[in-house]
Design a protein around this ligand. Structure first.
Ligand code: SAJ
Length: 430
């Protein structure tokens, strides 16, 4: 088939590449001119090696072209962002523009698939009207919602292996879309209606948000109870029907903190639990600040070094990252912050060039993201550079004994047993 993919981000680019490698003739389009040029020059913008590999292979095969104008095709796949506006409402403007751009290319019989995560009902309420406005009868084409489900960090494997929910506007629309996915997906392809598919996708991410909220609530509770939440969760998870996720400094990324709000926004009185979970997770950065403030006074320009700026371990994406909020909260309280992350890109507040520069004269180190490369950090090197030795570990990432032995006061999120009285080892540099 000839397939045009609109939006060449984390999902669109690998999807276009997989389709090209499955033998389709694929035209990749993105409104970002610089990104198109970068891709044509062979430099993908996604850090994952496996993604870079398939993009390079797809371009070299001649089956994937990066185009400057939307190209007419048999199928169109829309993979554009659906962020929240600053007041927490879904921003569907990219979906609207994409549908509007595709409509004039349709003559009848084409397949149009929306992959972007959207509030339930969007295909009917946004895409169908855009077609009608361009004098395209939606019954003359095939329209489906097939939400992406891949986890950043394992995009290529999950694109191939994960099952897909295929929501058709009509049953025949779902069957048509299923045939296209069958050409590169090994997982189960399940047909349903489009609104159900839209809700399933949002529910999957909401489930994860609610589960993490329970872990975060347990973390705060266990600090009061002076027990270790990590041990409690590990033992509870031995039960065959319990599977609690991990606490952390906040839930970031472009999916999990956003999607539950699609439901809360449209149905505020039917989403009590979902909204509470969101609040529990959203205030975790405040809790981390409290743990630091227990030891290091605010309002004195004390320096706090943050390790990790991306939204989770071993990815470069900094959207909605807990560190973004941590920097803002620390600076409101007149702390100075220094963020070090050799992987992250696009971090709003800027990054320090080296670990040494970040920890120099600092009063605390906060481990925000458990990147694998941080495992080799040595507290014996870091300690003497700091003004006072406090480690707040928001992921139970470091070996607490090793850091204590190097003279650090160690506070691990959720570990009530690690709670120490405010008494810091200083380096005599006040
Ligand atoms: N996090 C925790 N504790 C955990 C797991 C995650 O605090 O136990 C935090 C992470 O540090 C991160 C945030 O949650 O800040 C989100 O990370 P994630 O790995 O849970 O999820 P994403 O956003 O990378 O990908 C999710 C996935 N959804 C589900 O697993 C249900 C992925 O499959 C989706 O395709 C993706 O959202 C998406 O694009 O919607």
């Amino acid at each position: 088939m000839k397939v045009t993919v609109l939006g060449l981000g984390y999902i669109g680019l690998p999807t276009a590449s997989m389709l090209a490698l499955a033998g389709h003739r694929v035209f990749g389009y993105d409104v970002n001119v610089a990104m198109r040029a970068q891709l044509r020059a062979g430099a993908g913008h996604i850090a994952e090696t496996e993604v870079r590999d398939i993009v390079a292979k797809a371009l070299a095969s001649g089956n994937l072209s990066i185009v400057d104008d939307l190209t007419a095709a048999d199928a169109y796949i829309i993979c554009v962002p659906t962020p929240n506006t600053s007041d927490g409402r879904p921003d569907l403007s990219y979906v609207q523009s994409a549908a509007k751009a595709v409509a004039p290319l349709l003559h009848g019989g084409e397949l149009v698939i929306l992959e972007s995560t959207v509030p339930p009902g969007t295909l009917e309420r946004t895409v169908v009207p855009a077609m009608r406005a361009a004098s395209v009868d939606p019954d003359s084409i095939f329209l489906a919602h097939c939400p992406e489900r891949v986890i950043p960090g394992a995009i290529v494997r999950e694109l191939k292996e994960n099952g897909r929910i295929i929501g058709g506007r009509r049953p025949e629309d779902a069957s048509r879309a299923k045939a296209l996915y069958a050409s590169f997906v090994d997982g189960e392809l399940i047909e349903t209606d489009s609104t159900t598919a839209e809700l399933v996708k949002v529910v999957e991410n909401t489930f994860r948000d609610v589960n993490i909220a329970l872990a975060n609530e347990l973390a705060v509770l266990c600090e009061d109870l002076e027990v270790d939440a990590w041990e409690v969760i590990r033992l509870a998870n031995k039960h065959p029907r319990v599977d609690i996720l991990n606490p952390g400094p906040g839930v970031g990324g472009h999916c999990i903190p956003i999607d539950p709000q699609f439901l809360a926004d449209a149905h505020p009185f039917a989403t009590e639990l979902i909204q509470t979970a969101r609040r529990v997770n959203a205030r975790m950065p405040n809790h981390i600040v409290r743990r630091v403030r227990d030891h290091v006074p605010s309002g004195e320009h004390r320096k706090i070094a943050l390790l990790g700026a991306s939204y989770k371990a071993d990815v470069d994406d900094s959207r909605e990252s807990p560190s973004e909020k941590l920097v803002a909260l620390f600076e409101e309280l007149d702390y100075e912050t220094a963020v070090f992350d050799p992987i992250a890109r696009g971090f709003k507040h800027g990054l320090y060039p080296s670990l040494e520069a970040a920890v120099e004269g600092a009063d605390a180190v906060v481990l925000v993201v458990g990147h694998r490369i941080f495992q080799k950090l040595d507290p014996v090197d870091i300690g003497p550079r700091m003004r006072s030795r406090l480690l707040v570990d928001a992921r139970k990432f470091f070996d607490a004994t090793q850091w204590s032995d190097a003279g650090f006061t160690v506070e691990t999120l959720g570990d009530g047993r690690s709670r120490t009285k405010p008494m810091l080892a200083t380096n005599g540099r006040h």
